[in-house]
Write a protein that binds this ligand. Structure first.
Ligand SMILES: [Zn+2]
Ligand SMILES: [Zn+2]
Length: 232
């Protein structure tokens, strides 16, 4: 049995990993799963329930936020135990935080409709695509945000260009920092690039922290530490 990276969502005790998979009942949907992980007390939440709850946390948190700072919005969301250290919920989080900050900064957008779109499109993008497809989901999420606010489709002109440029800029900045993947580092980088690109192209001023500092280095076994620009 080895200690994991997180705390149990039910009781807060450490998550542990078993050498052999066990039959575990999800505390939320009560289905049985083979799992290598559970908490010290034996609680288990399946990936599907965990992911669904994480995305609800993101959407609700964004609706309530009055911040113009997408990094600040994400840092608040990341504190929630339903947001994993790494996971595909970040593919919704980046776009939703950007949309919220853009809207709060005076950006012209029908917020609820746009938030639903960001949620639906971001949820379709698979985990692990940074390494497997060569296109990180945090960058795609910034592209989704741009597509939604400019109403891009495969047939549009300037908005099509801006959306693809948005993903490219975020992806280039993410790639420049090197691997292995970190959903926190990639999300901060994509949001920073997007805020700058929106200011240049759409003349809406979102806010960014003077310095982005990450609280998750301890939880990330692959943290780049001094090679990460957000390492404390
Ligand atoms: Zn527990
Ligand atoms: Zn479940």
């Amino acid at each position: 049995m080895t200690r994991g990276e997180g705390a149990c969502l039910v009781c807060g005790r450490p998550v542990v990993y078993y050498e052999k998979a066990r039959q575990m009942e999800c505390v939320m949907c009560h289905k049985m799963y083979e799992s290598h992980a559970g908490c010290e007390e034996g609680h288990y939440v399946c990936d599907e329930c965990h992911g669904r709850k994480g995305i609800e946390v993101i959407v609700e948190g964004c609706r309530k936020s009055t911040s113009k700072n997408p990094v600040f919005i994400m840092q608040k969301l990341m504190e929630d135990p339903y947001i994993y250290m790494h996971g595909p919920e970040h593919h919704v989080m980046v776009g939703a935080a950007l949309l919220t900050a853009y809207h709060n900064a005076g950006g012209d957008v029908e917020y609820e409709t746009a938030l639903r779109e960001v949620r639906a499109r971001g949820s379709e993008y698979p985990g692990g695509s940074c390494g497997l497809w060569g296109c990180c989901g945090a960058a795609v999420s910034a592209g989704i945000f741009m597509s939604v606010i400019t109403k891009a489709t495969p047939l549009t002109g300037r908005s099509w260009k801006l959306s693809n440029q948005m993903t490219a800029k975020a992806l280039n900045a993410i790639a420049g920092l090197g691997g292995p993947r970190c959903c926190k580092r990639n999300s901060f980088t994509a949001a920073r690039e997007a805020a700058e690109f929106v200011r240049e192209e759409l003349k809406i001023e979102m806010e960014l922290p003077e310095q982005i500092l990450c609280d998750y280095s301890q939880e990330n076994q692959q943290c780049l530490k001094n090679h990460c620009p957000y390492y404390k």
